[in-house]
Design a protein. Structure first.
Length: 313
């Protein structure tokens, strides 16, 4: 039995009870354009989807969009969506730092939620924290004029870090002590342990931001290539502004070479392959189509670097 629901395809086998989903929005035109009057609620880090699906069930006229990095959590949430017969939920698996910026247009979201996000308390882990100044700008610009962003956390230091960042960008917000949210897994856990919770409510703000995804990718045509240079680039690292490109090995095949590549755009990490393929009149360096990747500036740069580096004499 197959279900096609929004932008995530769920396939369910009654015999194996196995659920698979395709979460990569490669074929979508980003940012998403909504042409209806439904209210849109985004939950970041929805865990097993307990809160999101319960809200979607009680508010069937609204649209709920979940963003979660964990594949396991996405599968659990997808099962809930199917078991509850919901048709007003979208699920995106991926890094919210990237997806919030790329998926949503300005002034398109009514409410954004994040319940008990990982605080990453060590100073050395600060770059892993979600609510940086840049992320808050991207999130608050997606809100409609009267939209709100609600964050609930049990970590007081995390509260201070988030609100400090909000102050730095000039965001309007309020914070207060609240009872742990018993509607969430961690809220129930913290309630049993007697831990406090805090809520931060931020208002919409018009920030100017730029997207990472670009509309085209280069194909580098080469008359000849240097095989020594291919082996050399396979372990090289390149840094340019906020972009990092690291090549992690080369694989030789019947039709050419595959370079394993890791690129980082301002903290957003992707792994993929660049193929160097023999053609009738020379060689072609391009992205390998077998692995999906968001076409960011660092990805574009990596293809250009390969072409320039391995060009023969």
């Amino acid at each position: 039995m197959e279900y096609t629901q929004n932008f995530t395809n769920f396939k369910v086998s009654k015999n194996t009870k196995c659920l698979k989903y395709i979460s990569f929005p490669e074929d979508l035109h980003l940012p998403l354009k909504f042409d209806d009057n439904k209210k849109r609620i985004v939950e970041i880090g929805f865990g097993n989807g307990e809160v999101m699906t319960r809200m979607a069930k009680s508010r069937s006229n609204d649209m709920f969009i979940g963003i979660e990095n964990s594949e396991i959590s996405c599968v659990k949430a997808a099962k809930r969506v199917l078991d509850m017969g919901l048709n007003n939920v979208m699920i995106f698996q991926g890094d919210a730092k990237f997806l919030v910026q790329e998926v949503f247009e300005p002034s398109s979201i009514d409410l954004m939620l994040s319940f008990y996000p990982i605080p990453w308390p060590k100073n050395s882990h600060e770059k892993r924290r979600l609510f940086s100044e840049e992320f808050l700008k991207n999130a608050l610009r997606t809100l409609k004029k009267d939209g709100k962003f609600l964050i609930v956390t049990d970590d007081e230091d995390h509260v201070e870090w988030i609100t400090d960042n909000a102050l730095k960008i000039g965001a309007i917000f309020s914070k207060r002590n609240v009872m742990p949210l018993k509607t969430t897994k961690y809220g129930r856990k913290w309630n049993e342990m007697g831990r406090k919770s805090w809520s931060i409510i931020m208002e919409s703000h018009e920030f100017s931001t730029s997207r990472m995804v670009i509309d085209w990718m280069p194909h580098v045509h080469l008359k000849d290539i240097s095989f020594e240079k291919i082996n050399e680039i396979a372990s090289k690292k390149f840094v340019e502004n906020e972009s990092i490109i690291q090549f992690k090995g080369v694989f030789k095949g019947d039709e050419g070479y595959l370079l394993k590549t890791i690129s980082v755009d301002d903290g957003f990490v992707q792994t993929y392959y660049i193929i160097v393929k023999k053609e009738k009149d020379g060689w072609l360096a391009r992205l390998d189509e077998g692995i999906k990747v968001f076409k960011t500036h660092a990805v574009k740069k990596s293809v250009e670097i390969v072409g320039n580096f391995i060009a023969g004499g």
